[in-house]
Design a protein around this ligand. Structure first.
Ligand code: HEM
Length: 458
């Protein structure tokens, strides 16, 4: 008898669960997106299909303004409507303040405080504290540091004249060293053969081995399992190395009073003014902010550059026009500076077009913080629903960018860019959670000046 009751109860529970999944969106009047969320989640989890491909595919499957599906057990909404996108990212931000990624504070002290992952008040507090470190005024102070790395790059290229070089790896070495000096005030030594150079660290950050794929993607797909598996956002050896680097450099700076205008110097100044205990120099939150700077800066700059050089190598006409512009602007200046960069309009167009074709993040995601009624409808999106916006989908949509696969910097000329519809071009996101490192992109300009004398060939 007891067995029968247990069986009946189990069947009832399973039935309720299936009903919930099958009719959740239908009951709300939201069209359903017919994708196998389990198959997609499984493929993403093991890096079988890259995230960008999945989000581009879903973009083309979605035929309505928005459609509902499940990401594992989470109700999720895929949004294409530009008006709603604007509301989610900017106007109604208070309902959509966080990303969907989870954290594992029990096992991952460093990852848990990274700005990209933090939520609610912690995010607001931390973002307001560190924003100035990413401002153009502070980044400009770092130009001499970047100059040193640029010299090493030039020497590296000069030593390999007329040889084939691996551009991807060269860009990664360059961005690693720029970001190491800019974050921690030390040399990354990636252009040398030194065993412990910082390229060995950055190589591990986004390595595609199965374990890392699983750990990284679980933050998106099933964050509640992170604690169970003891997983961290970054590779554990990377966490360790960044903690040691932080401790050694902080110690040295506090003892000697050295100031190189790097990110750690900013943190020291901040902690002197700060009475809040969350900002004392040994705290995990501080270590994480430095790690965040290092991690976010290296991959974004390195990969965007690599793609830009690839497109320039394929399109000699753009390459020549860019080289002419740089030579002409620099004939009026002794050194690279912000004014010179502002005059390089074509360089700006080339970069923008590169970020359209190859956005670093292929999608934006937000988690709903409190029930939200979609304006002019009766649809209520419940707290904790996931929302996804495909950046790559919109960038590749011919209704927004005609002939989308063509590399065409003219799309961003002064006359043409006015025709780009708001919220169709989102390489750095939008709203209060927009990329904080925009001014660091100036580093990129610096780099291209150094490669202007090279003839890029495919
Ligand atoms: C080509 C260069 C870059 C691109 C395309 C890029 C793109 C993005 C995107 C799409 C987001 C999400 C925005 C959103 O959710 O609305 C983001 C966030 C972020 N980026 Fe970047 N990024 C770049 C460079 C950098 C650099 C150089 C840094 C710092 C060193 C940086 C630090 C961050 C941080 C901390 C966030 C999280 C901000 C927050 O949640 O408050 N990024 N970035």
């Amino acid at each position: 008898m007891l067995l029968l009751i247990v069986l009946a109860l189990s069947l009832a529970l399973i039935g309720r669960w299936l009903y919930h999944y099958a009719f959740y969106w239908q009951n709300k009047g939201v069209p359903i997106l017919q994708i196998s969320s389990f198959k997609n989640s499984w493929n993403i989890l093991w890096f079988r299909i890259p995230f960008w491909k999945v989000t581009e595919n879903i973009y083309w499957k979605c035929q309505e303004k928005y459609q509902g599906f499940f990401m594992m057990e989470n109700p999720s909404l895929f949004v294409k409507d530009l008006e709603l996108i604007q509301r989610i990212l900017v106007k109604d931000f208070e309902y959509f303040p966080d990303r969907t990624l989870g954290r594992n504070p029990t096992h991952d002290h460093l990852g848990a405080h990274i700005l990209f992952l933090t939520r609610g008040y912690s995010w607001k507090y931390m973002r307001s504290k560190v924003t100035h470190a990413y401002s153009s005024a502070r980044i400009n102070l770092q130009i001499p540091l970047m100059e040193e790395v640029a010299k090493e790059l030039c020497q590296y290229l000069a030593d390999r004249e007329h040889q084939m070089i691996d551009v991807k790896e060269t860009c990664a070495k360059y961005s690693t060293d720029v970001i190491t000096t800019s974050a921690y005030g030390i040399r990354g030594n990636s252009f040398t053969d030194q065993k412990d150079n910082y390229r060995t660290v950055t190589a591990k950050i986004f390595s595609a081995d199965l374990y890392r794929a699983f750990a990284f993607n679980l933050h998106y797909i099933a964050p509640y399992l992170l604690k169970f598996f003891g997983l961290t956002f970054l590779d554990k050896s990377v966490n360790k190395r960044l903690k040691v680097t932080y401790a050694e450099q902080m110690d040295m700076k506090l003892k000697t009073g050295t100031n190189r205008n790097d990110f750690l110097d900013f943190l020291i100044q901040l902690s002197k003014k700060e009475t809040d205990s969350r900002f004392n120099t040994g705290h995990n939150a501080m270590i994480s902010q430095a790690a965040q700077y290092f991690l976010a800066g290296f991959e974004t700059i390195g990969s965007t550059f690599c793609y830009m050089l690839y497109e320039l190598a394929k399109h000699q006409e753009h390459q020549e026009r860019l080289r002419d512009e740089i030579t002409s602007v620099m004939s009026n200046y002794d050194n690279i500076n912000n004014n010179a960069i502002k005059e390089m309009l074509y360089l700006d167009m080339v970069l923008k077009e590169t970020m359209r074709l190859y956005p670093v993040l292929p999608f934006l995601d937000r988690k709903i913080a409190k029930d939200y009624k979609i304006p002019d409808t009766n649809i209520i999106l419940e707290k904790d629903t996931n929302v996804y916006i495909s950046i790559i989908g919109m960038h590749m949509d011919p209704q927004y960018f005609p002939n989308p696969h063509k590399f065409d910097p003219e799309r961003f000329s002064v006359e043409n860019k006015a025709n780009i519809l708001p919220f169709t071009y989102l390489p750095i996101g939008a709203g209060p959670r927009i990329c904080i490192g925009m001014y660091l992109l100036a580093i990129m300009y610096h780099f291209i000046l150094k490669v202007q004398d090279m003839d890029l060939q495919r």
